[in-house]
Structures are given as structure tokens and as C-alpha cells.
Write a protein that binds this ligand. Structure first.
Ligand code: MG
Length: 253
């Protein structure tokens, strides 16, 4: 039987006052959300999105991709309701990157600039596409990856989950292999730690809790300008982790 071993960590970083990231890891579901919006909006948005999609962890869906997409829509609907109940939350939004598992198959749903990576046979692959202005400029050949990393508008998102009418997540179905290691993270990690450093930690550190600690440490050493959240999971044969983990703003206070 193919299962997941997982760990998750979240840290406020070195600059921010509060943590607007949230994440969930369970036997079937991995998810990261990075909230934004004035006052408490960011925390509310990411926590609501993670709480809404966490229900997917208990389902055994026929159609993985459709179920993942429905989860994103439910999260979006929840944000809309929250703003209707409390107009001071207007303008809040969140990224959402989630992976929904059924044995060796996994659906990936993604909106925003959080990321998912796959480490396979020692190589690291980014398997999500950033919905950012700088990614578009890179696609058009107008700036290089190095320029994007320092671009003054690098935080501008072109898509986000905000309770709007037609959320349009990227959706895909993938095959997972025993030995694969997945990382989901917020831009507080991927924005300040180079992919090669991520690859090294993922390839060299066995223990998943230790991996999350090391990744957060690297982001903090790089200045920790933003909240830092990561979920790591190994695809294994035999028993996996069995206790769901929630971190960041989604933890009930
Ligand atoms: Mg962030």
C-alpha cells in the first residue's frame, strides 16, 4: 500500500508581527495558504481556506481532480461568506496550493505564488507555476530569473483566492512514485532560499520534521522577511503518518 509520511512547519519569520500563512498535512491532503489583506484579513483568509479544504482529507473521491477543484471553490465560497458577514475583511485573499492523494495518483490544485516541488532521483522540480507579474515578464523574456528575484513588484499576484466570481486554479493529475518527496511552501521560503539549497536539504536530510526545521532556519538566516511555511511528504510503501497536522494561522487559538 502506498501512503504518505509528512511533516509541516510554520514560522512568523524575522520581520512580520503576525503569521498570515496556514498549512495542513494529512494522510490524503497536503495544503499551503498564504493570506493577505489589511488588519486581520490575511490570517482569516488563509485559515478559512485551509479549514475548508481540510475536509477533503476525509473523502475517498472517484474523481481526484474534480474533488480538488471543488475544494478550492468551497474555500473561495467560504471567503465570500466571511466578507459578507464582516465587510471590514473586504480585500482579503489567499494563495492556495493543495495536493489530494489516492495511492499513487495525486491531484494538484494551485492558485497564487505558493509553490509545490518534487524531489525525484535527487533532482528538484517546481511543479507549480507562479501567478505573478514577474513570472509573466519572465515568460515574455523581458526579465531574467535573477532580475525577477529582486524585482520591486515581485510580490504582485495576478491570481488569488478572494471570494470572487470565478476562481481559476491550475489543475493537474500526476503519478507519484515510492521514493518521491514533495515540498509545498509559501513564498517566505522560496522567495529567499535558492532552489539548489532547497534541493540539498530535501536530498540530504532524512527526517521530515528536521527538514521543515532546516528549511525555516535557512529562510530566517536569509533575513526572514516574510512568514515561512512548509509541508514535506514522502511517498512510502507501508504505514504512513496518521495524525493530521495544522500549522500557522489555521491553528485554533
Ligand atoms: Mg508570503
Amino acid at each position: 500500500m502506498i501512503t504518505l509520511r509528512y511533516a509541516a512547519g510554520s514560522d512568523v519569520g524575522r520581520v512580520r508581527q503576525g503569521n498570515e500563512d496556514a498549512a495542513y498535512a494529512g494522510a490524503r491532503l497536503l495544503a499551503v495558504a498564504d493570506g493577505m489583506g489589511g488588519h486581520v484579513g490575511g490570517e482569516v483568509a488563509s485559515a478559512a481556506a485551509i479549514t475548508a479544504v481540510a475536509a477533503l482529507d476525509r473523502e475517498q473521491p472517484d474523481d481526484l481532480v474534480a474533488t480538488a477543484e471543488a475544494g478550492v471553490r468551497q474555500a473561495n465560497q467560504r471567503l465570500r461568506e466571511l466578507v459578507e458577514e464582516d465587510p471590514s475583511l473586504t480585500g482579503m485573499g489567499t494563495t492556495l496550493t493543495l495536493m489530494l492523494w489516492d495511492g499513487p495518483r495525486v491531484a494538484l490544485a494551485h492558485i497564487g505564488d505558493s509553490r509545490a516541488y518534487l524531489l525525484r532521483d535527487g533532482d528538484l522540480y517546481q511543479i507549480t507555476y507562479d501567478h505573478t507579474l514577474v513570472q509573466t515578464l519572465m515568460d515574455d523574456g523581458r526579465i531574467t530569473a535573477e532580475e525577477a528575484a529582486r524585482h520591486p513588484h515581485r510580490s504582485i499576484l495576478l491570481q488569488v483566492l478572494d471570494g470572487g466570481d470565478n476562481p481559476d486554479p491550475d489543475l493537474s493529475l500526476r503519478d507519484a512514485e515510492v521514493g518521491d518527496r514533495y515540498l509545498l511552501c509559501s513564498d517566505g521560503l522560496s522567495g529567499v532560499v535558492e532552489a539548489e539549497r532547497l534541493r540539498q536539504v530535501l536530498a540530504e536530510v532524512d527526517d521530515l520534521d528536521e527538514v521543515t526545521r532546516r528549511l525555516i532556519e535557512l529562510a530566517c538566516e536569509a533575513g526572514g522577511p516574510d512568514n515561512i511555511t512548509c509541508v514535506v511528504a514522502d511517498v512510502v510503501e507501508g504505514p504512513g503518518s496518521d495524525t493530521p497536522v495544522t500549522v500557522g494561522a489555521a491553528v485554533p487559538s
